[in-house]
Write a protein that binds this ligand. Sequence first.
Ligand code: FMN
Length: 174
Amino acid sequence: MSSQSEQSPVLTAIFERRSVRQFTDAPVDRKRVMEAVRAASWAPSGLNNQPWRFALISDPKLKDDLAGLTRYASSLRGAALLVAVFMDKESSYDYVKDCQAIGACIENLLLALHTQGLGATWVGEILKNKEKVVELLGLPERLELMAIVIVGEPAHRNQSSHRRPVEELIVLDK
Ligand SMILES: Cc1cc2nc3c(=O)[nH]c(=O)nc-3n(C[C@H](O)[C@H](O)[C@H](O)COP(=O)(O)O)c2cc1C
């Protein structure tokens, strides 16, 4: 972690956030979740078109049915809440740019959940069944699934991760 992060809560959150896949049985506080979703909605988007939409799923039967659509079933089942993030195709103006905006939105969501003491993981593997998710939730076809974020009270904070040194990532500096 850089020394700069000590001065910046945003950098601290970026460097400290880890994907959390094990949770306690505790329900998550709705206020904290809504605040995180609000932070997600403050991501930048091309033309400020705000193409993201969210579904909040805490019903055990629905969670279980969604879990059946991914090999990360146990992570979905163990999370108190699932936040499904969609692109509203009717709000979309450029598919790539809208995907990028929704990526930024999901990162905001993860960081905001983290800063509020909640654990979360971005689950993309379920996209192989994205149409089935929309159908299962009874949502209109204009919503395209972008990810499911699993959310809960972390069972522990032992997660570690690594990144390549930044020097290896710079392809031009002149
Ligand atoms: C587009 C995308 C898809 C991902 N899909 C999954 C997934 O399906 N299941 C999972 O457990 N983690 C998934 N992750 C989380 C990554 O595995 C995780 O971010 C990465 O290993 C780095 O770990 P960290 O988030 O703890 O730093 C996904 C992350 C992204 C950005």
